[in-house]
Write a protein that binds this ligand. Structure first.
Ligand SMILES: [Zn+2]
Ligand SMILES: [Zn+2]
Length: 565
């Protein structure tokens, strides 16, 4: 009796005592679709804030035909009355690309700095949502109160302006969510990493540091953005013909450095591609950039000598419809055309998964006699994330009770945790769906079953593991066989059978069709009256037999569709 009472009291205590939790929805297990939730309150009554709402770009291997992959936020929607606000750390799409979908479901304010807010509003224009919920934030020491949380934006260097770490003050103590960052004292455009400011912020005890892990496997220190300036100057100076430089449209510092290099050797700068034009104009509008040196319009560029042009183009990741891909066809794009002796510079890293698309485009340039300069030398691109030594430095500066690696594949998270543990810190690897109680650093029950991925598929949102995607994958790999059966005067006969195949060797179709129809007729004649009258039983019999025939005939397992009338 006494022990029963004590168990009940312990349970009650656990239910009512407030707790501070961290729950990653995306980004802790992949590089992409970042979304992290913090909660404070008694169990199941927590109030939540969401940090970032990003996308992952799908590949043909896992989600053919899908437009975007986003974290499955239904867990949050089920608890929507407990959600207080969404905070966006910076403007990269892996952090705000899914904001439209979340913003449509959760009626809460969305906070971001002005440049990021502009990019978020572009997403709302494209995918829908409620623009009035978006608010511009000021930086630290300003704070926003959201339920039991007080959140401040601390500027930090990265590969896009206005990137920020978040200080999340809670009744249990201070948490720091780094967002994407690097320790760059010379970021060219945007705010540098300010060590003294961080010392001030961390003068009080830090409960947990939730920290970028992208480059945890890369030894040493990350190089500064400014370190490639002279390399770009020299390279562009030596180029003959037209120069095409491609980088991420949001990398304003890189765009600026390339434009400066162009100015140095008297080249005119043309921006090519929608995203490039839009982001540069946002940067000018919000005062990040005064202007781009030597910029001319595409109309003016057409009338200038080709060797006086530097084209800054979108499409560094091999995007099929972007400006770089268009130029690589050799045809005229917006009145510009590449020629033998021109140079294309990839001032960007290849995001894993995009290698094939990029090399396809580079091969086309090579065939046209265009020189290709890629990032392999390390001279024309630096990463926007911290390397191992930078992580060690930040851990020592922050001195947190607990390090939780985020923003990385599992191997990055694991290595980041090892770096922290080796230096004497506590660290927890918490992949997507793993809830952590931050005070005391405990991994709680997993929510993995409920937190997966969603696919944005045309006008629909479907589950990543749904039959739609599984069937599409099977069709992509194995083709499709469709059988239509119709009765005439209540009976099946040869004329009532139509067979169609897609994605299977069409030269063999006639023979396959003959065999399939004869098999169907045999099966129909062997079926009992009862089986013939029962549609699902009949589909079952024919399905099995068709599957076997496909395996014998094609050695393939296509998707089989049977319709009976
Ligand atoms: Zn990121
Ligand atoms: Zn980023």
């Amino acid at each position: 009796m006494v022990w029963q009472l004590s168990i009940t009291i312990t349970l009650l205590e656990r239910m009512t005592k407030p707790r501070l939790i961290y729950l990653p929805f995306g980004g802790a297990g992949e590089i992409g679709m970042n979304m992290y939730v913090y909660g404070y309150g008694s169990q199941d009554r927590e109030q939540f804030i969401v940090v970032d709402a990003g996308v992952l770009f799908p590949d043909m291997e896992t989600a053919p035909g899908v437009d975007l992959i986003i974290p499955d936020y239904s867990w949050l929607v089920e608890r929507k009355s407990q959600v207080e606000a969404i905070f966006i750390t910076h403007g990269h799409l892996d952090h705000l690309g899914a904001i439209s979908f979340l913003n449509g479901e959760l009626d809460v304010p969305v906070y971001a700095r002005e440049f990021s807010r502009q990019i978020a509003l572009d997403r709302i224009d494209e995918y829908g949502g409620n623009q009035s919920r978006f608010h511009t934030v000021d930086i630290y020491p300003d704070k926003i109160t959201a339920g039991p949380f007080e959140v401040s934006y601390v500027p930090i260097s990265h590969s896009i302006p206005e990137s920020s770490s978040l200080i999340i003050d809670t009744p249990d103590g201070r948490v720091i969510h780094t967002g994407d960052f690097k320790l760059d004292h010379e970021p060219v455009i945007g705010e540098p990493f300010e060590e003294e400011l961080w010392e001030e912020i961390c003068s009080e005890k830090i409960l947990a540091l939730i920290c970028d892990s992208t480059n945890a496997l890369t030894p040493g220190k990350a190089r500064s953005e400014a370190s490639i300036g002279t390399n770009l100057d020299q390279l562009i100076q030596e180029c003959e013909g037209m120069v095409i430089a491609t980088t991420f449209a949001s990398h304003i510092a890189r765009i600026y450095q390339i434009a400066q290099a162009a100015e140095l050797c008297g080249r005119n700068v043309v921006l090519l591609g929608r995203a490039m034009n839009r982001l540069v104009s946002h940067a000018i509008d919000v005062g990040i950039l005064e202007d781009l040196p030597n910029q001319v319009s595409i109309g003016q560029a057409r009338n200038l000598p080709r060797n006086s042009l530097l084209v800054l183009a979108t499409g560094s990741q091999g995007e099929g419809r972007a400006a770089t891909a268009q130029l690589s066809t050799g045809g005229s794009f917006k009145g510009l055309r590449v020629k033998r002796g021109d140079t294309v510079i990839y001032s960007s890293k290849t995001i894993p998964g995009n290698e094939v698309a990029i090399s396809k485009i580079q091969n086309r340039f090579a065939e046209l006699g265009v020189n290709i300069i890629d990032e392999s030398s390390g001279l024309y691109h630096v990463s926007g994330h911290p390397n191992k030594t930078d992580l060690e430095k930040l851990h020592k500066l922050v001195l947190p009770n607990l390090v939780i690696p985020m923003h990385g594949e599992y191997r990055h998270l694991k290595m980041h945790a090892e770096i922290a543990i080796d230096a004497g810190f506590n660290a927890i690897v918490a992949p997507n769906g793993s809830m952590v109680e931050l005070l005391g650093g405990k991994l709680l029950d997993s929510e993995k079953e409920q937190i997966g991925r969603l696919c944005i598929d045309g006008n629909d949102i479907v589950g990543f593991e749904s039959d739609t995607i599984k069937e599409r994958l099977r069709m992509a790999h194995n083709g499709l066989v469709s059988i239509f059966l119709s009765r005439k005067s209540g009976r099946f006969n040869r004329e009532g059978i139509i067979v169609q195949c897609s994605g299977l060797n069409s030269d063999a179709f006639e023979e396959f069709q003959k065999e399939l129809i004869s098999m169907i007729l045999t099966k129909l004649s062997q079926s009992t009256k009862q089986q013939l009258a029962h549609e699902s039983k009949l589909k079952d019999i024919l399905g099995k037999a068709t599957r076997k025939l496909c395996l014998d005939f094609y050695n393939k397992k296509p998707v089989i569709q049977i319709a009976i009338r």
